[in-house]
Design a protein around this ligand. Structure first.
Ligand code: PXG
Length: 466
């Protein structure tokens, strides 16, 4: 792999990069000073940069490369489709074969109430679609007042106007006058930060009750839907108490409001089920998907439309005035079909449920013995640990670092510099590795993380922060 260093002129690429390429979620002044790391190749769970460094991709690209890098059968499927029919739209009573086959496949692998799918290019577009579809559903039924959508603080639902509004990220809302009207937020079910004095189960019920309070505050006859990620991803891998989702379902049923599960991260095996709604015992009306549907090889997203909504839209709704040029793009759908075939053939979803998920849970929990780690928890193949200044006896007694120090970013730099991609959300370090990861690779990853935690600890001591 040392050849890569000779193949690429890293400094020249970095110079061109900052000259013309505006990156997502990036401070360009800092990028200009430091230069971007140039990723050039991937195989399995590993990436290589233009300097020839091998890196364990603990984030699956960005929560998406579920089947791992370098799958020739996906590139072959994409190539074949490009040669046959690279594009045709699905407007004006036309269709294409991969989109039809994929819609059928998704109906087969999703919970039984889903028989229809609406394709988009991304998770953000899918959530915009959800907003329009949920409001349209109530309009068609004659309840045009029911337009408010309830979401949660610290949620991530995308970067479009509706996606960022549904999200609960204050920094995003601060730019561009968000949220758009009729989107409101409640607290997140984060036991670590809000559950002091309660058992986890009690806290789950308490956090769900915030939904009922908000429904009553807004007026039940004005609420269209509630949206949530089964496990919050970008917010820091927030795993809710077991009591939370069933109670949310009960409240949605009580007031007749639609339940939208944003499974952009949680879907396609990430939590050991095709869809995490099954894991948490909920029956959503709409499911947002993206990322893992193609393992990120080609952009694709969409909405699984449950019978309750589909029956109204199809039966009484007439034309839904919504659509993207690339809805049901044949190449993206061909990639998804092959990706799903791999997930099935290699039984990756089952493997996460029965083997690698439980194994990661056990190995990741060991990290809580490290002096820098407060808690470490996982669900399927997502996991998170908290960096703390001083450990306490339980989850609510650790002493946090001053958040202004940016300890998470210091740790992230040690990870990145030593061949491990682990994301920092404040002082919480998170992973979401490819589902192809083996037990041996989990052991390698835990050893690497531990080593980088040691380096971080020594660094913090040197800075006088510990
Ligand atoms: N919903 C969820 C739950 C997501 O995680 C989106 C919607 C939007 O999908 P698109 O395809 O439009 O990006 C996402 C995306 C991070 C990070 O920092 C996470 C995402 C995107 C960008 C950054 O962890 N998730």
């Amino acid at each position: 792999m040392t050849m890569l260093k000779e193949l690429y002129d890293t400094a020249a690429i970095q110079k061109l990069d900052t000259a013309h390429y505006l990156h997502p979620f990036t401070d360009h002044r800092t990028l200009g000073e430091q230069g971007a790391r140039v990723m050039v190749r991937g195989e399995g769970i590993y990436l290589w940069d233009s300097e020839g460094n091998q890196i364990l991709d603990g984030m699956s690209g960005l929560w998406c490369v579920n089947v791992g890098y370098g799958r020739k059968s996906i590139s072959d499927a994409v190539y074949r489709q490009m040669e046959t029919l690279p594009f045709y739209n699905s407007f004006f009573n036309t269709t294409n074969v991969p989109a039809v086959l994929l819609a059928n496949k998704l109906a087969a692998i999703s919970p039984p109430q889903f028989q229809h799918v609406y394709f988009t290019n991304s998770g953000s577009e899918a959530n915009d679609t959800n907003v329009r579809m949920a409001r349209r559903y109530w309009d068609v039924l004659g309840y045009s007042e029911r337009h408010t959508i309830i979401s949660r603080h610290n949620a991530y639902h995308g970067s479009t106007m509706a996606g960022a509004s549904l999200g609960g990220m204050p920094d995003m809302h601060a730019q561009g006058g968000l949220p758009i009207p009729c989107i409101v937020h409640i607290g997140q079910p984060d036991y670590r930060t809000a559950g002091r004095g309660m058992s986890e189960d009690e806290f789950g019920i308490e956090a769900a009750s915030w939904l009922e309070q908000k429904i009553l505050e807004v007026g039940a006859d004005k609420v269209a839907a509630f949206i949530g990620e089964p496990v919050q991803g970008a917010g820091g891998v927030i795993i809710p108490p077991a009591t939370y989702w069933p109670e949310i379902q009960r409240i949605c049923d009580k007031y007749g409001i639609l339940l939208i599960a944003d499974e952009v991260i949680c879907g396609f095996g990430r939590l050991g089920r095709w869809f995490a709604s099954d894991l948490f015992g909920i029956r959503p009306d709409l499911i947002t998907f993206a990322k893992g549907v193609t393992s990120g090889y080609v952009p694709l997203g969409g909405v699984l439309v449950g019978d309750r909504v589909a029956d109204v839209l199809i039966g009484q709704g007439g034309e839904f005035q919504h659509g993207f040029t690339y809805s049901g793009h044949p190449v993206a759908c061909a990639a998804a079909l092959e990706n799903i075939r791999i997930l099935e053939e290699e039984q990756l979803v089952e493997r996460v449920a029965a083997d690698t998920g439980p194994y990661l849970k056990q190995r990741f929990a060991d990290l809580a013995h490290h002096p820098l780690v407060g808690d470490a928890d996982s669900c399927g193949l997502v996991a998170g640990l908290d960096l703390v200044r001083r450990k306490g006896g339980n989850r609510h007694e650790h002493t946090a670092f001053d958040s202004a120090l940016g300890v998470g970013m210091v740790c992230r730099a040690h990870m990145f510099g030593n061949g491990m991609i682990m994301r920092a959300v404040g002082d919480r370090m998170i992973i979401s590795p490819p589902l192809v990861m083996t037990r041996t690779q989990i052991d390698d990853m835990i050893a690497l993380i531990r080593h980088c935690l040691d380096l971080t600890q020594a660094d913090l001591q040197q800075r006088g922060w510990l």
